[in-house]
Write a protein that binds this ligand. Structure first.
Ligand code: TXA
Ligand code: MG
Length: 315
């Protein structure tokens, strides 16, 4: 199959109406989309990504009415919707029967969000069904933040990549749900925990294991192929003399074989936006290992630390 890259929303819509797969831009990362109401189309997503069937997909909608068609929107969810949609936050809510079991891996909940990317919104408006879409990478690898990233890994396997430019947030959505009456954080992401807590009060940690692993939380996720180490950069570089150490730094420059500074001005949003592209670049370089600084555990720094931690956990 030849994979085309373009900006033709009508072309993307026609392929999706036909039960096909299209990679789409969102403000967080690129998604691999199919008609969420078509179980056969959704099955193709799992095949192309080589994703295990127990890992549920997020359903992307274009307005509140469409969210109501797939989920029971609870009072706390309404608060978050008013404050953060469209935007990088996914709400895990009781599902409605319209959503096939394959989308939710048989769970009685569904993850829903309205993406803030104008092209994704135009596409969703052109369709009369929502889009199930995980990140458009092979299972377990770093998420794509450009159309080129998608083509590098899924080229030849899907017919079309809708090119919406580089993703403005650069890390996946924050995922929030409810467990026994408590609102819990399943995954740190584009909407900072502090912003959610300003609306709802303190969030809990997820305890329920609905899958073989906690939802959205496979340890080996977001991992490049090279070893990743996190911590005191100087000490780690010194411990690997003779090796080509590629450093991922927040605002400083470190003396090493190579150093990528994510934001010289110390802006965590800028750092998050660049993180996955830099991880990919270093993974493709002839570095022996990747050494990352620990980022401030606040705002988007939480999501950065989380993704780096998972990248390091693979070894
Ligand atoms: O920003 C994002 O969220 C991107 C863009 C494309 O929207 N999507 C994304 O999808 O990151 P994915 O599949 O790579 O990660 C979604 C995570 C999964 O790991 C899954 O475990 C969790 O969301 N999830 C989905 N539905 C869930 C549910 N009903 N309960 C708990 N976790 C759920
Ligand atoms: Mg993913």
């Amino acid at each position: 199959m030849i994979t085309e890259i373009g900006k033709d929303i009508e072309r993307a819509a026609a392929l999706l109406r036909d039960g096909g797969l299209v990679a789409i831009p969102t403000e967080t990362v690129y998604g691999l989309a199919a008609n969420a109401f078509d179980a056969d189309a959704v099955l193709r997503i799992f095949r192309v990504k080589e994703r295990p069937a127990f890992d549920p997909l997020i359903v992307h909608v274009h307005d509140r009415a469409q969210a109501d068609a797939v989920a029971h929107v609870t009072p706390w969810a309404k608060e978050l919707i008013l404050n953060f949609w469209p935007g990088p936050i996914t709400l895990v809510l009781p599902k409605k029967p319209s959503v096939p079991d394959i989308v939710t891996s048989g769970l009685d909940t569904v993850g829903v969000r309205i993406p803030a990317h104008p092209m994704a919104q135009d596409l969703l408006r052109a369709l009369d069904f929502p889009l199930a879409a995980p990140s458009a990478n092979p299972f377990g690898y770093v998420s794509p933040t450009t159309a080129r990233h998608v083509a590098d890994q899924l080229g030849g396997k899907i017919p079309y990549i809708l090119d919406g430019g580089p993703c403005m947030v650069g890390v996946e959505s924050t995922i929030v749900g409810e467990e026994d009456g408590r609102i819990v954080l399943y995954r740190s992401g584009g909407v900072p925990k502090e912003a959610i807590e300003a609306v709802l009060g303190p969030l809990g940690g997820a305890v329920r294991k609905v899958m073989p692993v906690a939802p959205g939380m496979l340890d080996s996720h977001y991992a490049p192929r090279k070893p990743v180490l996190i911590g005191d950069v100087n000490a780690l570089v010194r411990a690997h003399v003779g090796k080509r150490c590629a450093v991922i730094a927040f605002r400083d420059r470190w003396d090493a074989w190579r150093c990528e500074t994510l934001s010289t001005s110390g802006d965590l949003s800028e750092a998050a936006r660049r993180l996955f592209a830099v991880l990919r670049e270093l993974d493709a370089s002839n570095a022996d290992l990747i050494i990352a600084e620990r980022f401030p555990e606040e705002g988007l720094g939480r999501a950065i630390n989380d993704r780096l931690g998972r990248a390091a956990a693979k070894r």
